[in-house]
Every structure is written in C-alpha cells, then in structure tokens.
Design a protein around this ligand. Structure first.
Ligand code: HEM
Length: 553
C-alpha cells in the first residue's frame, strides 16, 4: 500500500493530467512534446528515486508506468461513449489510433479497405480516432467545395520551413493568389500552346513502339516515360528524354513513386514528420525529392524561357501580378507539378487500355470510331476532333469512374475553433477530419446503375435504349447516371489545376495508340493481374500491363 501512495499514485495522477492536456489542447510542438513525454517522467524518476533500489530501476519503472497508463487512457477514451465521435461506427483499431491507417497505407490497399468499411458500416465510417469517411453524393460539395473546411493534417507534409506547395496551402486567400498563376499556366487556352510538345512526345512514343512489334511491351511503363517527358516540357521546358532513352535513366519515376508511398504512410500520422526531419538520414527520399524539384525549378528560373511553360507563369515572367509572387514559394512547386501531372495521366491512360483489353468488343468499337475520325496514321495534332469521339469520351469516363487515379479520400477538417458543423444530417464535432470517398461513391449503385462495378461505357452516351453486355435492352428510364458525383479531378477551390492538360494528353495518347496499333494482351499474361496489382498511395502505383502491338498502317 505504501508503494502505491509513494510511487504508483503520483505517476498515475501525472499521466491523467497530461492526458487531459492532450485532450483539450492537443499540443504537438517539439518543446511541449519533449516536456510532456520525457520531461515529466524524468522529473518523477528523480523525485521517486529513493523508492527504488537503483536509478536505472527508477527510470525504467516510472517511464513504463507513465507511458503505458497514458496510452491506456487515450485508447479507453477513444473507444468510450464519451468520445465526440462515439455515435459513428467503425472498426476498433481505427478508433484507437491513426497508426492503423498508416499500416493500411503501407499495405497499399486503402481504397479497397475503406470501400469495404463502407459496405459493412454504411455511408459514414470512423476511419480514425478523429476522422470520418463519407460515402454519400450529397456530401461531396459540402466537404470538398466548402470554404469553412480546410485541408486536413494529411496535407501537413506539404509544408516545410513555413513554405507550402499549392496543394498543401490551407489559407484560402493565399491559395487563390497562387492558384491564379497555375490557372494561367495550365488553363484551357494553354492546351493549344502545349500541343506541339505533346505531338512530339506522342510521335516519339509511336516510333519506339512500332520498333517493338514482335516483342512483349509493358505499355504501363512506356506511358509513364511519355507522361514524364511531356511534363518536363510543359513545366520546365526541359527534355527528360525518357522515351528516347527507353528508360527512366535518372531514376525520377522511381523517386516520385517512392516519395508518394512514404508520404502516404507518414501523412496518416503527420505529427511525426517534423520529428523525422530532425533525425539525420530519416525521410531521406522525401528530402531528396524536394531538393531535386527545387533544383529543377531553379535551373529553369536561371535559364529563362524561350517558350511558354508553367514556370513562365509561376514566376510571373510577364509581370502580370501587381505584387511579384514569392520565388521561395514558386520554387517549391516544381516537384508537386511533376507528381501531380505525370503518373496521374499515365495511370488514367493505362487503366483505360486495361479495361479495353478486358473487353475486346468495346476496344473494337472504339478503334472503329477513332479510325473513322482520324484516318491518317497517328495524326493527333487537331485536338478539336476529339469532340467527334463520343465513345472515346465514354470509355475514358468509365475508366476514371471505376479507377480514379487518385484513389484516396481527400481529407478536410472542420474548423477546430468552430462549434462543429452539420454535414447533411450528420453533426461533425469541431476539429474532426472528414473525407468524401470518391472511389466508393463512383461505384455506388445509387448513382450509377445497372452494373455499378462493371466497365460499361455505354452509360455515358445519351440515347433512348441501352444494350447491356448480356444483350438485355433497357430504356433510359431504367438507367441511373448521376454525373454530379463523377469527380475524378475533385471539385471546389482546390480541384485539379491540370484537368485541361490531362484531358488533352489522355485523349492524344489513346487516339494515337489505338489508331496505329492493334493491341492484344501479351501471351500468357493474365490481364486481371493488372487491376489486382494497383496500389493506393494517394495516387495510384501501377504494375506492368504486358501487351503485343501490331501496326495497322
Ligand atoms: C488524369 C489525370 C489527373 C487526375 C485524375 C488528377 C486529379 C486530381 C485531384 C483529385 C486533385 C485534388 C487532390 C487533393 O485535393 O488532394 C488534383 C489536384 C491537382 N492537380 Fe491533378 N490530376 C490529373 C492530372 C494533372 C496534371 C496533368 C496536372 C499538371 C501539372 C495536375 C496538377 C494538379 C495540381 C497542381 C493540383 C493541386 C491543385 C490545388 O491544390 O489547387 N493534375 N488533381
């Protein structure tokens, strides 16, 4: 009993007090964390040292008891009925710690995991101690296009030394000023300016592929090479020459993939990131990626440009802004632009080809449409002709519906200083992180029916009758097709800045490939393996899609 009063009780009382402090004030700063997690047990060890046989046993016993009681209190509170999110269902590990979602992120299948949770628990699921995922079309706009909600802690990794990239900017007025520059550089008018670069990249790709007609070709990898080459041109006016060299010779693609994967894991527990940065050698890949992005941007700035590119506008080289934009900020955008623009479009193009390979009848219909509109060999420079390809549009939309390249729910946060917020009929307490799980919503039969989980591009065509893949004919009254919830480029102020460019690139690549080649799965390759191997790391990581090509011209 004596030991209890002299040793156990003070430690338990201290951990209860610190737990209360964490609950109310959520301190995450370096000094407060060191004080609360190390300083207090160290001071207790010093004061209680006489109750132990040695200093070592005092330190280990006090630290063990202090930390374990703190962790137990936190876990019990999070699963208790006193927690503000107690009424929302979800699996136990999600309620206890975001560490669980870090593990799911490391497993790379968060899109399927969260989709499964929605199937089990319904439209709202607690996916973290302090986080809700929504699967309801009516809640997309209130979450993603609502100035009361800002980007959540998932995006904290996009800020370093007080400088955020565009997609990590939480202040809406600062974001609007920076987004204006991006919109100048990537707006609809710029697609014409970038067309020459695109035609060059696509022609080079077609040339290389036509030399490989008797080989097994990983079209997924080739589309990545082309995607990076095109981004190099339009962002920095540089040639990465990946298609020319037939290889990711500088390791840039690998670096982007590794960085997004690591960031996706860390972003679940983003409070840890500032500490990692202080450890020499830790988060090395992320630091390297940032450095390379800044170096490329700096090089571009020093060279100036002979032609228009994104940096022409990010650096405001024409002096269109009343106040010159901050160079420090502009230089931070380099790597974001590469990450946001390269693999996303390559993924959208590869996914579409995958669905076409899986549905040869759809592929034949699409090839017929393309070859009627673009009779010449691989000629794609007139992108106004893309409007004459409704079935291509339907196939791309259907692919983006089932497999949007950004697979993760986009996180926002209810203002911690507010009194909470109603999202539809759900009350969401202040400080809660929320996301709309577009992957699940876009596969929901309430919005797309029949065959919500099936690649059936006809649903995107306007007609009175539809023939299902089974041969059954349905009238348009039996079709549910809610375009409002089809948002692969997100919505609101922080929607995709590169949508116009992506749409042009995607169409150009698919038209050129399907016009020039007959494409079949490589012998012995199970096409379904491609989809099974898709990994959610916020954007998509893809495995190979092995094909055989035969030129038709
Ligand atoms: C099919 C291809 C693409 C898809 C599906 C796509 C999708 C998205 C999505 C869903 C977001 C919102 C991300 C979030 O809130 O976390 C986004 C943001 C963004 N995207 Fe794209 N994207 C594509 C291509 C591109 C291209 C080619 C660029 C050009 C470089 C680009 C630049 C950006 C930028 C800069 C943002 C951040 C915008 C902001 O925060 O204001 N994207 N994209």
């Amino acid at each position: 009993m004596d030991a209890y009063y002299t040793f156990v009780l003070p430690i338990l009382m201290s951990s209860v007090a610190v737990w209360q402090l964490y609950n109310r004030l959520e301190p995450t700063g370096f000094v407060s964390s060191v004080t609360l997690l190390l300083g207090i047990p160290a001071a207790l060890s010093y004061h209680l040292a006489l109750a132990f046989s040695s200093t070592w046993s005092a330190v280990t016993s006090v630290f063990l008891l202090y930390w374990s009681s703190l962790v137990t209190l936190i876990a019990l509170y999070r699963i208790s009925s006193f927690h503000p999110l107690a009424r929302y269902p979800g699996p136990l590990p999600c309620k206890i710690s975001k560490g669980w979602m870090s593990y799911i992120a490391a497993r790379k299948d968060m899109h399927r995991y969260v989709n499964g949770l929605h199937a089990k628990y319904g439209d709202v699921v607690r996916i973290g101690p302090n986080e809700l995922s929504f699967r309801h079309g009516d809640l997309i706009e209130p979450i993603l296009a609502n100035k009361d909600l800002r980007k959540g802690p998932y995006y904290n990794l996009r800020t370093r030394d007080g400088v955020s990239s565009i997609d990590g900017t939480k202040d809406y007025s600062e974001h609007a000023a920076r987004r204006r520059l991006w919109d100048r550089g990537l707006g609809a008018a710029m697609t014409k300016v970038y067309m020459d670069s695109l035609v060059n990249v696509v022609s080079e790709l077609m040339q290389k592929l036509s030399n490989r007609q008797n080989e097994v070709v990983d079209i997924s990898q080739w589309l990545s090479l082309a995607g990076f080459d095109f981004m190099g041109k339009i962002i920095f006016s540089v040639s990465f020459d990946m298609v020319k060299n037939e290889h990711d010779h500088n390791g840039l693609i690998k670096l982007v993939q590794k960085t997004t994967y690591i960031c996706h894991i860390l972003a679940q527990i983003s409070w840890i990131y500032p500490y990692l940065l202080k450890i020499p050698g830790a988060a090395g890949t992320v630091k390297t990626a940032r450095r390379i992005g800044v170096e490329m941007a700096e090089k571009r700035k020093n060279l100036g440009s002979n032609s228009y590119d994104l940096y022409h506008y990010l650096l405001d080289e024409e002096g269109l802004e009343k106040v010159k934009p901050s160079e420090r900020f502009a230089l931070r955008e380099g790597f974001v632009a590469i990450i946001a623009g390269s693999e996303t479009t390559a993924t959208a193009a590869t996914n579409t080809l995958y669905f076409l390979l899986k549905h040869p009848d759809v592929k034949r219909r699409l090839q017929k449409e393309i070859r009627e509109v673009f009779p010449e060999n691989g000629e794609i420079s007139d992108c106004t002709k893309f409007n004459e390809l409704p079935f291509l549009n339907a196939c791309i939309n259907e692919s983006l519906r089932l497999l949007p390249p950004g697979l993760t729910g986009l996180q926002r946060q209810v203002d911690p200083r507010s009194g909470g917020k109603m999202l539809g009929s759900y009350f969401v307490p202040a400080g809660t992180n929320v996301s709309a799980h577009l992957y699940s919503i876009q596969r929901d039969p309430r919005y797309f029916s029949p065959l919500a989980d099936t690649f059936w591009p006809d649903r995107w065509l306007s007609q009175d009758h539809y023939t299902l893949p089974s041969g059954e004919v349905i009238t348009k009254d039996n079709l549910i097709h809610n375009r409002d919830v089809f948002l692969p480029f997100s919505t609101g102020q922080q929607n995709c800045a590169g949508k116009n460019v992506a749409n042009m690139e995607l169409r150009s690549l698919l038209v050129a490939l399907l016009n020039q080649f007959d494409i079949e799965p490589a012998e012995g390759f199970r096409v379904g393996d491609y989809e099974e191997g898709l990994a959610d790391v916020y954007v998509t990581l893809r495995g190979p899609l092995y094909v055989q090509l035969r030129s038709v011209h």
